[in-house]
Design a protein around this ligand. Structure first.
Ligand SMILES: C[S@@+](CC[C@H](N)C(=O)[O-])C[C@H]1O[C@@H](n2cnc3c(N)ncnc32)[C@H](O)[C@@H]1O
Length: 450
């Protein structure tokens, strides 16, 4: 690097977008990441970090805007950490995601020239999320996190990613907090009562679940808030109160009480009904998850009779859909409540050719293969961190004819896939799907064959 320093201003041409959302530019070969830019932008930017191998810069002025730029539809864009790409035309977001998938496979997976299909766009680039976690804060009352700051919140009155009902509930709760002078939690001081407002919606069933997460302690205003919410918005099936003493800013529940109505709602996916509680992992874009599920089923080409293992199965979304086309499906999941929910979902649908096993994939998979024999198909949908080399080698040793990898992070997908190559697997198809418009996140379904 040619002696770049923090604070220095550079004029940069952004040539692409990276996973994480930032634009990538080069100054004399030195790679600089610049957030909130678009491919083709010419910007004047100030270096805020200058490492040996790369730098990070903030835009001072857009000298020549890219034709891919649009006016962000949300007034909080840039101050709120929820979205990264509202300044980009939707088509440009799609192109960037497709390119990120292709480049990750090549650079991080050593998989040259694999066939990447065109990304499946979302029919609704806004209003698609069925779950929101708003944060309380003494200065902001209620909103979303400032980008990169778990302890700072930008106050909002509306979010464009969920349905308008989520914003109505947000405003109602905020008004109630003001009227009743309730205190909000501050992460820095660990003082205050209200921590999170969670909104979950079964978009296909019209059922809504609202949860108020607080610090431990009494909540005398809780029942009144719940009554008011249900009265104003009859779609709300249940209002929950969760107490959390956790130091982390994620929603962690120590004690759960129903303030009003039910503790769960239902959602429909792949023609099946799923029960959803406060903590249940469920795909956050129902419509696109459904499309992804259909694509995955088509790619799996089941004829009936196959033995399928669904790793990281959650509440059984893939396992149950696969079971209707296969001989038998084993689902593996570490969270006990998700396993219970998966059994409940199977019973609700009258699906009997499934078994859900609780435990870590790395322990359960070899046991399962020893007990039930070589599967015909292994499906895996790991968390963002990926499955990791150890698990992938166990998949390779299990030796299914086909592997279907569903990924929410191309940068962990690629090294995971690479692990299967020595076992004789070849990537047959790569299908990116846009489940998260306005963000850099991309879902990818990959079919491998031995
Ligand atoms: C991306 S979600 C996929 C869920 C499911 N396929 C779906 O579509 O709803 C990943 C799941 O893996 C589970 N999980 C994470 N680490 C695990 C491990 N080591 N062993 C088993 N399950 C794990 C999580 O609890 C979560 O339910």
């Amino acid at each position: 690097m040619a002696g770049f320093q923090k604070g220095q201003e550079l004029v940069l041409r952004v040539d692409r977008l990276s996973y994480g959302g930032r634009g990538v530019a080069r100054a004399d070969g030195y790679v600089v990441f610049v957030p909130y830019t678009a491919p083709g932008d010419l910007v004047r930017a100030r270096l805020v970090r200058a490492k040996r191998s790369f730098g990070e810069a903030e835009v001072v002025e857009v000298v020549e805007p890219s034709p891919d730029r649009v006016a962000p539809p949300c007034p909080y864009f840039g101050r709120c950490g929820g979205c990264t790409w509202q300044h980009l035309r939707y088509e440009a977001q799609l192109a960037a995601k497709e390119q990120i998938v292709r480049e990750s496979l090549e650079r991080l997976g050593g998989l040259q020239g694999v066939p990447v299909r065109p990304i499946v766009p979302a029919p609704r680039p806004l209003g698609y999320r069925n779950k929101m976690e708003f944060a309380f804060h003494p200065e902001a009352i209620l909103g979303l996190h400032v980008p990169g700051h778990f302890d700072r919140v930008v106050e909002i009155d509306e979010c464009l990613l969920p349905s308008p009902l989520a914003s109505a509930v947000l405003r109602e709760v905020k008004a109630f907090v003001r009227e009743h002078h309730l205190s909000c939690y501050d992460h820095r001081t660990r003082q205050g009562f209200l921590r999170h407002l969670v909104y979950r919606e079964g978009v296909r069933t019209g059922q809504v679940l609202v949860a108020v997460v607080t610090a431990p302690g009494p909540f005398p205003d809780g029942p009144e808030l719940a009554r008011r919410l249900v009265q104003r918005y009859p779609q709300i099936r249940g209002v929950l109160w969760a107490q959390s003493g956790s130091l982390s800013d994620a929603v962690k529940v120590d004690r759960l009480e129903v303030l009003r109505g039910e503790s769960t709602i239902e959602e429909e996916l792949g023609g099946l009904r799923f029960g959803i509680g406060l903590e249940t992992f469920f795909q956050t874009n129902t419509e696109q998850a459904d499309r992804m599920l259909q694509l995955a089923l088509e790619m799996a080409e089941l004829r009936g009779g196959e033995r399928v293992v669904d790793l990281y199965c959650g509440v059984g979304t893939f396992a149950l859909a696969l079971a209707r086309q296969a001989g038998f499906v084993w689902g593996v999941e570490v969270v006990a409540s998700a396993v219970q929910a998966a059994w409940d979902n199977a019973a609700r649908a009258g699906i009997r050719n499934v078994e859900f096993v609780q435990g870590e994939v790395r322990h359960v998979l070899p046991e399962l293969v020893a007990r039930a024999g070589t599967p015909d198909l292994v499906v895996l949908d790991p968390p963002r961190s990926g499955a990791g080399g150890k698990v992938m080698r166990k998949v390779g040793r299990a030796g299914p004819r086909r592997v279907l990898y569903v990924s929410c992070n191309p940068t962990t997908l690629a090294p995971d896939l690479r692990e299967l190559v020595p076992f004789g697997y070849r990537v047959v198809a790569v299908q990116p799907v846009d489940l998260f418009p306005q963000t850099y996140h991309v879902e990818t379904v990959v079919l491998l064959e031995r």
